[in-house]
Design a protein around this ligand. Structure first.
Ligand SMILES: Nc1ncnc2c1ncn2[C@@H]1O[C@H](COP(=O)(O)OP(=O)(O)O)[C@@H](O)[C@H]1O
Ligand SMILES: [Mg+2]
Length: 267
């Protein structure tokens, strides 16, 4: 259903993603792991056309995504909802209005200007918030919520688009471990219950192992691993994170996590 065929993105002389190829046959929960600068965000951004590939082709259910223009491109972008590390909500706006923003692409400028939402959409937004366990916060300003709650609002806004794919770019990088688990479990539930494909950029191995069916490892723009979490050995982790991440054979994934978390925190 999803196919990357030798997809490359260059920024001047710098190749952010180099000849990335992979195929996804059915909706899965996929974790993309790698160090900061490995090309994870660029890969996701090319999929939802926030950035254009320099060469190669991305295909979804027979559609050449890389060739979409105008309205067709916008439709694709709404089917391919993205959530971000920093949530990207409108802080002063209430939670339910933030979620309703997920319907913007199919509403007229007039109704948008006057904040006129059909009752049906409002009910759906509340249902989605309920599903994510945050309906009680619906009338509050987004900025009044904790980080974990705000990320769930962002997920609700994505679901409001009824997307085929949810792309999550480091969705838990700003969260404490407990909130991180709640957010990852929400994404997992959405995948299992709705059958949506979820692709999440993650910087920790453990998270990818725990929640994903498949892991794609990137290093310096290249895909260096593509397999199940069980196939991800310490050797493979070393390949993904680099030889300079000095850990011994006995190193556990938690220790690797500590090593690799450092450059992320410095961002
Ligand atoms: N808009 C841009 N302009 C120039 N270089 C970029 C841009 N976006 C990303 N890059 C470069 O592409 C490489 C991959 O970046 P990115 O995809 O953000 O990696 P990751 O998400 O794994 O940290 C990095 O070297 C980064 O500096
Ligand atoms: Mg990134």
């Amino acid at each position: 259903m999803l196919r990357f065929d030798s997809v490359t993105k260059s920024f001047g002389a710098n190749t952010a993603v180099e000849a990335a190829s992979f195929t996804v046959d059915k909706p899965m929960m996929i974790g993309i792991i790698g160090r900061s600068g490995a090309g994870k965000s660029t890969l996701l951004r090319m999929l939802n056309r926030l950035t254009d590939a320099t060469s190669g082709e991305i295909e979804f259910d027979g559609t050449n995504v890389t060739a979409l223009r105008g309205a067709a491109k916008r439709t694709w972008q709404s089917q391919c909802a993205m959530i971000f590390q920093q949530f990207n909500l409108v802080p002063r706006l209430d939670v339910v209005s933030n979620v309703l923003h997920g319907t913007l692409n199919r509403r007229s400028t007039f109704s948008t200007m006057f904040n006129l939402y059909p009752d049906e959409d409002i009910h759906r937004a509340i249902d989605i918030l309920e599903r994510l366990g945050i309906a009680e916060h619906a009338p509050k300003r987004a900025e009044a919520l904790s980080g974990g709650q705000q990320q769930r609002v962002a997920i609700a806004r994505a679901l409001m688009q009824d997307p085929r794919i949810i792309l999550a770019d480091e969705p838990i990088a700003s969260l404490d471990p407990m909130n991180a688990q709640v957010v990852m479990q929400s994404l997992r539930d959405i995948h299992e219950q709705d059958g949506r494909m979820v692709i999440a950029n993650l910087h920790t191995l453990d998270t990818a192992r725990r929640y994903c069916d498949r892991v794609i490892g990137m290093r310096a723009g290249k895909i260096v691993f593509d397999g199940t979490p069980f196939e991800l050995t310490t050797d493979t982790a070393r390949e993904i994170y680099g030889a300079d991440a000095s850990f011994s054979e006995a190193t556990t994934s938690t220790e690797i996590e500590t090593i690799t978390a450092a450059p992320i925190a410095a961002q």
